[in-house]
Design a protein around this ligand. Structure first.
Ligand code: NCD
Length: 320
Protein backbone atom coordinates (compact mmCIF):
# COMPACT_ATOMS: atom_id res chain seq x y z
CA UNK A 1 0.00 0.00 0.00
CA UNK A 2 2.05 2.99 -1.14
CA UNK A 3 1.62 6.06 1.03
CA UNK A 4 4.79 8.00 1.60
CA UNK A 5 3.49 11.23 3.09
CA UNK A 6 4.47 12.39 6.56
CA UNK A 7 1.73 15.02 6.71
CA UNK A 8 -1.48 15.51 4.77
CA UNK A 9 -1.16 19.16 3.79
CA UNK A 10 -2.63 19.12 0.31
CA UNK A 11 -3.53 16.93 -2.64
CA UNK A 12 -0.70 18.59 -4.57
CA UNK A 13 1.79 16.47 -2.60
CA UNK A 14 0.05 13.12 -3.28
CA UNK A 15 0.80 10.83 -6.21
CA UNK A 16 -2.07 8.95 -7.92
CA UNK A 17 -1.05 5.65 -6.30
CA UNK A 18 -1.20 7.27 -2.84
CA UNK A 19 -4.68 8.63 -3.57
CA UNK A 20 -5.78 5.11 -4.55
CA UNK A 21 -4.26 3.72 -1.33
CA UNK A 22 -6.33 6.13 0.77
CA UNK A 23 -9.54 5.31 -1.10
CA UNK A 24 -9.01 1.53 -0.95
CA UNK A 25 -8.36 1.62 2.78
CA UNK A 26 -11.33 3.95 3.29
CA UNK A 27 -13.58 1.33 1.66
CA UNK A 28 -12.70 -1.01 4.51
CA UNK A 29 -13.61 1.69 7.02
CA UNK A 30 -16.95 2.28 5.28
CA UNK A 31 -17.80 -1.35 6.07
CA UNK A 32 -16.60 -1.03 9.66
CA UNK A 33 -18.63 2.16 10.17
CA UNK A 34 -21.82 0.35 9.13
CA UNK A 35 -21.40 -2.23 11.88
CA UNK A 36 -22.74 -1.84 15.40
CA UNK A 37 -19.27 -2.12 16.90
CA UNK A 38 -17.20 0.46 15.04
CA UNK A 39 -14.09 0.46 17.15
CA UNK A 40 -10.57 -0.59 16.14
CA UNK A 41 -7.30 -0.08 17.98
CA UNK A 42 -5.18 1.24 15.12
CA UNK A 43 -4.47 4.49 16.99
CA UNK A 44 -4.69 3.03 20.51
CA UNK A 45 -2.48 4.96 22.89
CA UNK A 46 -1.97 7.80 20.42
CA UNK A 47 -3.15 11.38 20.98
CA UNK A 48 -5.03 13.39 18.36
CA UNK A 49 -5.57 17.13 18.81
CA UNK A 50 -8.05 18.95 16.57
CA UNK A 51 -7.47 22.70 16.34
CA UNK A 52 -10.17 24.59 14.52
CA UNK A 53 -9.30 28.27 14.15
CA UNK A 54 -12.30 28.58 11.82
CA UNK A 55 -15.86 27.35 12.29
CA UNK A 56 -16.77 23.88 11.18
CA UNK A 57 -19.58 21.41 11.71
CA UNK A 58 -19.10 18.32 9.59
CA UNK A 59 -15.33 18.37 9.19
CA UNK A 60 -14.73 18.78 12.92
CA UNK A 61 -17.31 16.15 13.90
CA UNK A 62 -16.00 13.79 11.27
CA UNK A 63 -12.34 14.05 12.38
CA UNK A 64 -13.40 13.60 15.99
CA UNK A 65 -15.45 10.48 15.27
CA UNK A 66 -12.74 9.10 13.00
CA UNK A 67 -10.11 9.41 15.74
CA UNK A 68 -12.39 7.86 18.36
CA UNK A 69 -13.30 4.93 16.14
CA UNK A 70 -9.59 4.27 15.61
CA UNK A 71 -9.08 4.21 19.36
CA UNK A 72 -7.08 7.45 19.79
CA UNK A 73 -7.38 9.88 22.69
CA UNK A 74 -9.01 12.84 20.98
CA UNK A 75 -9.14 16.45 22.10
CA UNK A 76 -10.88 19.16 20.11
CA UNK A 77 -10.04 22.83 20.60
CA UNK A 78 -12.31 25.38 18.98
CA UNK A 79 -10.20 28.50 18.93
CA UNK A 80 -12.16 31.71 18.47
CA UNK A 81 -11.06 33.31 15.24
CA UNK A 82 -10.71 36.76 16.82
CA UNK A 83 -8.20 35.63 19.44
CA UNK A 84 -5.75 34.15 17.00
CA UNK A 85 -3.43 35.95 14.63
CA UNK A 86 -0.94 34.73 12.10
CA UNK A 87 2.82 34.49 12.62
CA UNK A 88 4.19 34.34 16.14
CA UNK A 89 0.89 33.49 17.75
CA UNK A 90 0.19 30.51 15.54
CA UNK A 91 3.69 29.19 16.00
CA UNK A 92 3.47 29.74 19.76
CA UNK A 93 0.23 27.76 19.84
CA UNK A 94 1.85 25.01 17.82
CA UNK A 95 4.88 24.82 20.06
CA UNK A 96 2.70 24.68 23.16
CA UNK A 97 0.69 21.81 21.74
CA UNK A 98 3.82 20.10 20.48
CA UNK A 99 5.16 20.04 24.02
CA UNK A 100 2.12 17.95 25.00
CA UNK A 101 3.37 15.20 22.65
CA UNK A 102 0.42 14.76 20.31
CA UNK A 103 0.81 12.22 17.52
CA UNK A 104 -1.74 13.69 15.12
CA UNK A 105 -2.65 17.35 14.78
CA UNK A 106 -5.71 18.28 12.71
CA UNK A 107 -5.78 21.97 11.82
CA UNK A 108 -8.23 24.33 10.15
CA UNK A 109 -7.19 27.95 9.67
CA UNK A 110 -8.47 30.92 7.68
CA UNK A 111 -5.03 31.76 6.25
CA UNK A 112 -3.72 29.89 3.23
CA UNK A 113 -0.38 28.35 4.14
CA UNK A 114 -0.91 28.48 7.92
CA UNK A 115 -1.12 24.69 8.22
CA UNK A 116 2.08 24.16 6.20
CA UNK A 117 3.87 26.64 8.45
CA UNK A 118 2.66 24.83 11.53
CA UNK A 119 3.72 21.44 10.15
CA UNK A 120 7.27 22.69 9.81
CA UNK A 121 7.41 23.44 13.55
CA UNK A 122 6.08 20.26 15.14
CA UNK A 123 7.18 16.64 15.25
CA UNK A 124 3.82 14.93 14.89
CA UNK A 125 1.78 14.25 11.75
CA UNK A 126 -0.30 17.24 10.63
CA UNK A 127 -3.56 16.99 8.69
CA UNK A 128 -4.93 20.03 6.91
CA UNK A 129 -8.68 20.38 7.60
CA UNK A 130 -8.87 23.43 5.33
CA UNK A 131 -6.58 26.47 5.11
CA UNK A 132 -7.97 29.68 3.62
CA UNK A 133 -8.51 29.32 -0.12
CA UNK A 134 -5.60 26.92 -0.44
CA UNK A 135 -6.46 23.24 0.14
CA UNK A 136 -8.92 20.93 1.87
CA UNK A 137 -7.39 17.54 1.04
CA UNK A 138 -9.70 15.25 3.02
CA UNK A 139 -12.72 16.86 1.34
CA UNK A 140 -11.30 16.12 -2.12
CA UNK A 141 -10.51 12.53 -1.04
CA UNK A 142 -14.02 11.96 0.33
CA UNK A 143 -15.47 13.44 -2.84
CA UNK A 144 -13.26 11.10 -4.87
CA UNK A 145 -14.47 8.08 -2.89
CA UNK A 146 -18.10 9.16 -3.31
CA UNK A 147 -17.60 9.54 -7.06
CA UNK A 148 -15.76 6.23 -7.39
CA UNK A 149 -18.54 4.37 -5.57
CA UNK A 150 -21.33 6.06 -7.54
CA UNK A 151 -19.70 5.83 -10.98
CA UNK A 152 -17.59 2.70 -10.55
CA UNK A 153 -14.40 4.55 -11.53
CA UNK A 154 -12.44 7.72 -10.91
CA UNK A 155 -11.01 8.20 -14.42
CA UNK A 156 -12.33 9.58 -17.70
CA UNK A 157 -15.30 11.30 -16.10
CA UNK A 158 -16.55 14.77 -16.93
CA UNK A 159 -16.87 16.70 -13.69
CA UNK A 160 -18.48 20.15 -13.57
CA UNK A 161 -17.49 22.28 -10.58
CA UNK A 162 -19.90 25.20 -10.26
CA UNK A 163 -20.22 28.37 -8.25
CA UNK A 164 -17.89 30.28 -5.99
CA UNK A 165 -14.64 28.77 -7.26
CA UNK A 166 -12.53 31.84 -6.46
CA UNK A 167 -12.95 31.47 -2.69
CA UNK A 168 -13.04 27.69 -2.54
CA UNK A 169 -10.29 25.44 -1.16
CA UNK A 170 -12.64 22.53 -1.91
CA UNK A 171 -12.62 23.42 -5.61
CA UNK A 172 -8.83 23.78 -5.63
CA UNK A 173 -8.18 20.41 -3.97
CA UNK A 174 -10.74 18.71 -6.20
CA UNK A 175 -9.27 20.26 -9.32
CA UNK A 176 -5.85 18.92 -8.45
CA UNK A 177 -7.10 15.45 -7.46
CA UNK A 178 -9.45 14.96 -10.40
CA UNK A 179 -6.75 16.21 -12.77
CA UNK A 180 -4.20 13.74 -11.37
CA UNK A 181 -6.70 10.93 -11.92
CA UNK A 182 -7.20 11.98 -15.56
CA UNK A 183 -10.71 13.36 -15.58
CA UNK A 184 -12.13 16.17 -17.68
CA UNK A 185 -12.93 19.19 -15.54
CA UNK A 186 -15.32 21.99 -16.44
CA UNK A 187 -15.50 25.05 -14.20
CA UNK A 188 -18.69 27.10 -14.27
CA UNK A 189 -18.95 30.49 -12.54
CA UNK A 190 -19.60 34.15 -13.21
CA UNK A 191 -16.31 35.88 -14.09
CA UNK A 192 -16.23 37.58 -10.65
CA UNK A 193 -16.12 34.17 -8.93
CA UNK A 194 -13.62 32.52 -11.31
CA UNK A 195 -10.02 32.73 -10.10
CA UNK A 196 -7.43 33.99 -12.58
CA UNK A 197 -5.03 31.42 -13.94
CA UNK A 198 -7.37 28.43 -13.67
CA UNK A 199 -6.64 27.41 -17.24
CA UNK A 200 -3.17 26.28 -16.18
CA UNK A 201 -4.90 23.36 -14.43
CA UNK A 202 -6.02 22.22 -17.88
CA UNK A 203 -9.74 22.67 -17.32
CA UNK A 204 -12.46 24.20 -19.47
CA UNK A 205 -14.04 27.42 -18.23
CA UNK A 206 -17.67 28.50 -18.68
CA UNK A 207 -19.91 31.29 -17.41
CA UNK A 208 -23.10 29.59 -18.54
CA UNK A 209 -24.66 26.52 -16.84
CA UNK A 210 -26.33 25.16 -20.01
CA UNK A 211 -23.00 25.01 -21.84
CA UNK A 212 -20.86 24.01 -18.90
CA UNK A 213 -23.05 21.14 -17.68
CA UNK A 214 -23.24 19.47 -21.07
CA UNK A 215 -22.30 15.78 -20.80
CA UNK A 216 -21.26 16.07 -17.15
CA UNK A 217 -21.17 12.80 -15.17
CA UNK A 218 -20.74 14.68 -11.90
CA UNK A 219 -22.09 18.10 -10.91
CA UNK A 220 -20.32 19.54 -7.89
CA UNK A 221 -21.96 22.64 -6.43
CA UNK A 222 -20.12 25.06 -4.15
CA UNK A 223 -21.37 27.33 -1.41
CA UNK A 224 -21.35 31.05 -2.01
CA UNK A 225 -18.68 31.90 0.59
CA UNK A 226 -19.95 35.24 1.74
CA UNK A 227 -17.51 35.40 4.65
CA UNK A 228 -14.60 35.51 2.20
CA UNK A 229 -16.13 38.23 0.00
CA UNK A 230 -15.20 41.82 0.58
CA UNK A 231 -17.25 43.44 -2.15
CA UNK A 232 -20.12 42.95 -4.60
CA UNK A 233 -19.29 39.68 -6.30
CA UNK A 234 -22.86 38.99 -7.39
CA UNK A 235 -25.74 41.37 -8.24
CA UNK A 236 -28.17 39.61 -5.84
CA UNK A 237 -28.78 36.10 -4.48
CA UNK A 238 -31.99 35.91 -6.46
CA UNK A 239 -30.22 36.72 -9.70
CA UNK A 240 -27.41 34.29 -8.81
CA UNK A 241 -29.90 31.48 -8.19
CA UNK A 242 -31.61 32.22 -11.47
CA UNK A 243 -28.35 31.92 -13.46
CA UNK A 244 -26.24 29.49 -11.42
CA UNK A 245 -28.46 27.78 -8.85
CA UNK A 246 -28.76 24.07 -9.64
CA UNK A 247 -32.36 22.89 -10.08
CA UNK A 248 -33.89 19.99 -12.01
CA UNK A 249 -34.16 22.13 -15.13
CA UNK A 250 -30.45 23.00 -15.26
CA UNK A 251 -29.42 19.48 -14.20
CA UNK A 252 -31.16 18.23 -17.37
CA UNK A 253 -28.22 19.67 -19.37
CA UNK A 254 -25.92 17.09 -17.74
CA UNK A 255 -25.96 13.34 -18.47
CA UNK A 256 -29.23 11.63 -17.45
CA UNK A 257 -27.39 9.71 -14.71
CA UNK A 258 -25.27 12.62 -13.47
CA UNK A 259 -24.84 12.80 -9.70
CA UNK A 260 -25.17 15.98 -7.64
CA UNK A 261 -22.60 16.84 -4.95
CA UNK A 262 -22.13 19.63 -2.40
CA UNK A 263 -19.52 19.77 0.39
CA UNK A 264 -21.89 21.54 2.75
CA UNK A 265 -22.97 23.69 4.40
CA UNK A 266 -25.60 24.41 1.76
CA UNK A 267 -27.37 27.66 1.05
CA UNK A 268 -30.66 26.20 -0.16
CA UNK A 269 -32.26 28.41 -2.78
CA UNK A 270 -28.95 30.20 -3.47
CA UNK A 271 -26.59 27.71 -5.13
CA UNK A 272 -28.89 24.68 -5.06
CA UNK A 273 -32.60 23.89 -5.01
CA UNK A 274 -33.52 22.24 -1.69
CA UNK A 275 -35.70 19.53 -3.27
CA UNK A 276 -32.92 18.48 -5.63
CA UNK A 277 -30.39 18.40 -2.79
CA UNK A 278 -32.69 15.96 -0.95
CA UNK A 279 -33.45 13.78 -3.99
CA UNK A 280 -31.68 10.52 -3.20
CA UNK A 281 -31.92 9.45 -6.84
CA UNK A 282 -29.63 12.28 -7.92
CA UNK A 283 -27.94 13.74 -4.85
CA UNK A 284 -25.05 11.99 -3.08
CA UNK A 285 -24.63 14.75 -0.49
CA UNK A 286 -25.34 12.44 2.46
CA UNK A 287 -22.97 9.83 1.03
CA UNK A 288 -20.26 12.50 1.03
CA UNK A 289 -20.75 12.96 4.76
CA UNK A 290 -20.58 9.21 5.37
CA UNK A 291 -17.46 8.84 3.22
CA UNK A 292 -15.89 11.72 5.16
CA UNK A 293 -15.53 9.68 8.33
CA UNK A 294 -14.09 6.65 6.50
CA UNK A 295 -11.62 8.73 4.47
CA UNK A 296 -10.38 10.55 7.57
CA UNK A 297 -9.91 7.21 9.33
CA UNK A 298 -7.86 5.98 6.37
CA UNK A 299 -5.71 9.12 6.27
CA UNK A 300 -4.98 9.01 10.00
CA UNK A 301 -4.29 5.28 9.90
CA UNK A 302 -1.74 5.70 7.07
CA UNK A 303 -0.05 8.71 8.66
CA UNK A 304 0.17 6.92 12.01
CA UNK A 305 1.86 3.92 10.34
CA UNK A 306 4.46 6.22 8.76
CA UNK A 307 4.98 8.04 12.04
CA UNK A 308 5.50 4.77 13.95
CA UNK A 309 7.93 3.55 11.30
CA UNK A 310 9.86 6.83 11.40
CA UNK A 311 10.08 6.79 15.19
CA UNK A 312 11.16 3.16 15.07
CA UNK A 313 14.01 4.06 12.68
CA UNK A 314 15.10 6.99 14.86
CA UNK A 315 15.07 4.77 17.96
CA UNK A 316 17.05 2.05 16.17
CA UNK A 317 19.66 4.58 14.99
CA UNK A 318 19.96 6.00 18.49
CA UNK A 319 20.45 2.50 19.87
CA UNK A 320 23.01 1.48 17.21
C1 NCD B 1 -16.15 23.50 3.08
C2 NCD B 1 -15.02 24.27 3.73
O1 NCD B 1 -15.04 24.56 4.91
O2 NCD B 1 -14.09 24.56 2.99
N1 NCD B 1 -16.97 22.83 3.96
C3 NCD B 1 -16.59 21.63 4.46
O3 NCD B 1 -15.48 21.43 4.89
N2 NCD B 1 -17.49 20.65 4.40
C4 NCD B 1 -16.87 24.30 2.11
C5 NCD B 1 -17.59 25.52 2.57
O4 NCD B 1 -17.37 26.03 3.65
O5 NCD B 1 -18.39 26.00 1.77
Amino acid sequence: MPFRARHLLGIEHLAPDEITTVLDLAERYVDLNRRTIKRTDVLAGMTQINMFFENSTRTQASFELAGKRLGADVMTMSVAQSSVKKGETLIDTAMTLNAMQPDLLVVRHSSSGAVNLLASKVNCAVLNAGDGRHEHPTQALLDALTIRRAKGRLQRLTVAICGDIAHSRVARSNLILLGKMENRIRLIAPSTLMPSGVKEFGCEVFDDMAEGLKDADVVMMLRLQKERMDGGFIPSEREYYHRYGLDAEKLAFAKPDAIVMHPGPMNRGVEIDGTLADDINRSVIQDQVEMGVAVRMACMDLLARNLKAERGRVAAEAGA
